[in-house]
Design a protein around this ligand. Sequence first.
Ligand SMILES: Cc1ncc(COP(=O)(O)O)c(C=O)c1O
Length: 367
Amino acid sequence: MIKFLDLQQMNKQYSNELKAACSRVIDSGWYIMGEELIEFEENFAEYCGAKYCIGVGNGLDALTLTLRAWKELGRLQDGDEVIVQANTYIASVLAISEVNLKPILIDPNEFTLNLDPEVVKQHITSKTKAILPVHLYGLISPMKELMEIASEYDLLVLEDCAQAHGASIEGKKVGSWGDAAGFSFYPGKNLGALGDAGAITTNDAVLANMLKMLRNYGSLEKYKHNVKGVNSRLDEIQAAMLNVKLKYLDREIETRRDVAQYYRQKIKNSKVTFQAWDEKESHVFHLFTIQTVERNLLAKYLEENGVQCQIHYPISIKNQGAYLELLENICPITERVNNNILSLPINSALNQSELVRIVDLINSWDF
Ligand SMILES: Cc1ncc(COP(=O)(O)O)c(C=O)c1O
């Protein structure tokens, strides 16, 4: 069976360094908010081209706490509308509703599957106060156009970079475009910890300071609590794992780009289409998706022939029990994508003969 994602195999590449880093933390006797976190925050801010990085417990908290911080700073209020693409993972939307803001789900561009600036404009009302572009599957959103819209309508921009560490436009990486950006380091991400972890990047010193308080019980100084914070810290073991893996992120991305290029060039089946991207640097291929009207048949056929695939995502957010109140959002492109999309295996643990097999199977598939 060709696994969709073989984390054991992937982390094996760094196993000696990861074990050494783990021992270093164990021996240090310091497990939360220490040297490893400081090092990771500095390195990751530099990697993204942002001034500040604040480590938190996971990607959902990175987004939620940023929106919370803007409320604490008086930049957002209860009920303000936040525009987000309807085909994202539920976490992007949970962050918005968690802090009493209103998610406005809109359809993505049908080719890129990311926010379409023209559609964003059509949905701006007097209540719109922020845009949350999700760089879906690893493809950076059209950030130049979105930032222009944001400045024209005075909107905050929170990038959801959970799937796109390292993607860039003209050398400017995700995490450096918006007013702030949330990252996830869930183990399966391109930059994955060995447990939960997340971070926010920003150039805003005031926001960074508020986030440092919010993640740690509202406190910068022991037993002094300025705001009602939470406990969402990136612990030393995970920071140490990330310090090792950050060094290899660009290599991981390059391998994924090679696999993606191979799929794109070799898959020749008129019933299969691809997400559209233009520049090589714009996509880091956290996921490689294809679409076909008989998606379930193709997934079954690949599974029966030893190829594990996944669906990102099979049920749209407005059709989830958690979001019955969003049923009124009409998003036909998203509904179609949910029915047609399929993610093929993509990562640095795949070998050439596995890739050949996947491509041959898809090329000989018919229904
Ligand atoms: C687009 C997107 N946003 C946010 C998250 C949340 O990240 P985490 O699982 O670290 O909370 C994910 C996680 O899969 C994601 O894919």
